[in-house]
Design a protein around this ligand. Structure first.
Ligand code: C5P
Length: 239
């Protein structure tokens, strides 16, 4: 289990990132998604790495296997700690992604994980819009097995599916879970949300937290509160 929550740096500019990170004195594990990366490019990654933080590059690649494989080979040069694809791209695409990552990495190969169903997706939405007739849990199950068979290190899922994924794919298979909120917090656009304590109890290995920290009036205090609830020193009143 990753001790620290991952902070989703969903900002537009590297200046905003700098002023946010400035509040923290310790090295963090942060998530850089498409909003920040696509507007600022690879320099933003180097800038964050230079401050000593670890990075999950959340670009959720989904394209034909050759394109994703070659893109991963290029992204490997950034030497991030974790990176991802959409499991919906299929097993061949995931295998090519892993192959590209291995070819492009000079040192440690980043962890490669696959997005199953987004935590903003509900079961009825999945059925109506994606035309998947199974349950949401079955869909997550299917994608997790596919990711495991393709040789990936884990999946992004909701904490509600984490234990099932663990049972199917093993303890070592990562369950990276967004959709985390404080018990009294706003859900924003997330549909399947849990508290950090519940995520721990449900078997997440990593939690990803964005707006509950980045939009808080006191980001450090929110981060510390979430860390406490995620870690072992949780407060009983919340758990
Ligand atoms: O602000 P919030 O805590 O909802 O941010 C969650 C982060 O996790 C966002 O950056 C979002 O893109 C990402 N994410 C997600 N659900 C997934 C995969 C990634 O919310 N299944």
């Amino acid at each position: 289990m990753e001790k620290e929550p991952l902070i989703a740096l969903d900002f537009e500019s590297s200046e905003e990132v700098d002023s946010f990170l400035h509040h923290f004195s310790q090295p963090l594990f942060v998530k850089v998604g498409m909003e920040l990366y696509l507007q600022n490019g690879p320099e933003v990654i180097q800038r964050i790495k230079d401050k000593g933080h670890r990075i999950f590059l959340d670009l959720k690649l989904h394209d034909i296997p050759n394109t994703v494989g070659r893109a991963m080979q290029g992204l490997a040069k950034l030497e991030v700690d974790m990176i991802n694809v959409h499991a919906a791209g299929g097993k061949d695409m995931m295998m090519r992604a892993m192959d590209g990552l291995e070819r492009g990495s000079k040192g440690v190969v980043p962890k490669l994980i696959a997005v199953t169903q987004l935590t903003s997706t509900t079961e009825s939405q999945m059925r109506q819009e994606q035309g998947i007739s199974s349950t949401l849990v079955d869909s997550v199950k299917r994608y997790s097995i596919l990711a495991k068979e393709a040789g990936l290190d884990g999946v992004v899922c909701s904490p509600y599916e984490a234990d099932l994924v663990r049972k199917l794919c093993g303890d070592e298979f990562l369950r990276v879970t967004p959709g985390i909120r404080l018990p009294h917090g706003d859900h924003h656009d997330q549909k399947r949300v849990t508290t950090p304590c519940d995520a721990r109890k449900l078997g997440s290995t990593h939690i990803v937290v964005g707006r509950s920290i980045t939009k808080s009036s006191d980001a450090v205090q929110a981060y510390n509160e979430i860390s406490k609830l995620w870690g072992l020193e949780h407060e009983k009143k919340y758990c």
